[in-house]
Design a protein around this ligand. Structure first.
Ligand code: FAD
Length: 267
């Protein structure tokens, strides 16, 4: 089979859970510098094998067709050659079961362009930043923090990460480390199905906002003049939290055509 479009090699695969992994790839040629928060495409042909724990795909792939999907980059923005991705397997999906079958040394396609408007550079340097994530929606924030946390000492940066259980909190160790290392960074994980060992928050994101936890923990106000909000992940979370921020916080969504201090990216 012809795999001539492949232009990158897997250099590391960390399986966090059977359906969740960090994949690091090295591209044959360097990419242009990008802005933290942007994404590119990963691709594999339909003839590639699927992971052992996947299920039959809902829509059958053509063997000779390159299946491509968008993935946010977790790496810092100065990387031009090696890129980190945080990927959740959709068991019946076309691409992710094939990505989960990859091993170190295997080849794949990585898009030539890195694109997207979900960028920290859109917010003024002195604005406080609240980054809210579910699932793999944490990925662009890892890039934000790896790229900028040291450069924005005058800005408070807060991550609110919501999940069911502690094992679902991707990058928990790195975020905890950053919170201990940088006085302007605050990490607020919250779990909805935590066991008795969990001592952190057990609230829905809307309740965290409603009950003033941001102000209590970080001295950050839900005020569009001072604080920019980023929401990334599950579409339902984005809808609910956006509705709260627009109706109760006076926020306006930023789009290509209009100004705003509420940025959203749905996966
Ligand atoms: C800008 C952008 C950035 C993204 N970044 C990431 C990222 O960093 N990490 C990541 O894992 N994904 C990310 N995604 C999602 C990714 O592009 C794919 O949609 C996802 O990996 C599924 O691909 P697939 O080919 O396996 O499934 P598909 O064959 O495309 O999907 C099969 C069906 O599964 C359902 N489905 C699709 N996605 C999901 C899901 N996430 N959970 C449950 N069901 C689903 C849909 O109903 C779909 O019809 C991003 C998407 C966008 C638009």
């Amino acid at each position: 089979m012809d795999a001539s479009k492949y232009n990158a090699t897997v250099v590391q695969k960390i399986l966090i859970r059977p359906n969740l992994m960090i994949l690091r790839v090295a591209t044959d040629d360097p990419r242009e510098k990008f802005s933290s928060g942007q994404y590119t495409t990963l691709g594999l042909y339909g003839f590639e094998p699927r992971s052992e724990n996947s299920e039959p795909e809902t829509i059958l792939s053509q063997p000779d067709k390159l299946i491509q999907r968008a993935y946010s980059i977790a790496s810092a923005r100065h990387e031009t050659h090696q890129f980190e991705f945080y990927i959740s397997q959709v068991k019946t999906g076309q691409l992710t079961p094939r990505l989960f079958h990859l091993e170190v040394g295997d080849r794949l396609f990585v898009g030539r362009r890195i694109v997207g408007v979900f960028k920290l550079s859109e917010a003024p340097k002195d604005a406080d930043i609240v980054m809210i994530a579910t699932g793999t929606g944490i990925t662009p924030y890892i890039s934000f923090l790896r790229s900028h946390v040291m450069e924005r000492p005058q800005s408070k940066m807060v991550v609110i990460q919501a999940a069911a259980r502690q094992g679902d909190l991707g990058y928990f160790s790195e975020l905890t480390f950053l919170e201990n290392a940088f006085p302007n960074f605050y990490y607020l994980p919250t779990l909805t199905e935590a066991d008795s060992t969990w001592t952190g928050y057990r609230m829905w994101i809307e309740d965290i906002l409603e009950e003033g936890v941001l102000h209590k923990e970080a001295g950050v106000a839900c005020d569009p003049e001072k604080t920019h909000f980023y929401l990334c992940g599950n579409p339902k979370m984005i809808e609910n939290v956006s509705t709260w921020l627009v109706s109760k916080g006076g926020y306006r969504k930023k789009s290509r055509r209009s100004e705003g201090t509420l940025f959203v990216e749905e996966f």
